[in-house]
Design a binder for this molecule. Sequence first.
Ligand code: HEM
Length: 174
Amino acid sequence: MNTPKRYHPIQVTLHWLVVLLVIAAFVIGKSMSGQPNDAAKLTPLALHMAVGIITLLVIVYRFVMRLRLPKPEHVTAGNPFFDWVGKAVHYALYLLVFLMAVSGVSLSIQAGLAPIVFGGSGILPADFFDFTARMMHGFIAPALVLTVLLHVGAAFYHQFMLKDNLLSRMWYGK
Ligand code: HEM
């Protein structure tokens, strides 16, 4: 079978869907993290948890599809070390998004959030930082941001400095 020039349309769709979901989860998560745990927090929390759980399902499905679908050759930046970093960053992105969502689910379980947020019964715990999963969620967030910045920086370097039109591989076309 010939190696394709670009990613499969399913992978392209999943890639940009994950981008939107992670940005949404991140922005809602950051905006509510300094707020008191009162009734006003229930709606953003419900939204954040729903987006986070969808992200978990999509990232697992995406990884499975990555193993199954044909994909283009890994591009070279002309330097074996950078090529290795490029591959490592791709795996790190899958792992960190997965861990971010799993630590969120763990926090939800530790703090008994599902019935409070989605069932309207009970009140929120006074401080989420009483739960170890909240620490994990807070530590993984900046690691994910850093890895995303590396990934976007590398994509722009290819697109605008090496001018190899790398971005077209993650878009639809023949
Ligand atoms: C990839 C998916 C996710 C991303 C990118 C994300 C992002 C974030 C961010 C950036 C924060 C604030 C962290 C900080 O400032 O220290 C946060 C807080 C939080 N997240 Fe997530 N999250 C995700 C998934 C989830 C899931 C699946 C749940 C639960 C089912 C969840 C529950 C929470 C809770 C309860 C907080 C604490 C808010 C507070 O301290 O007031 N998150 N999240």
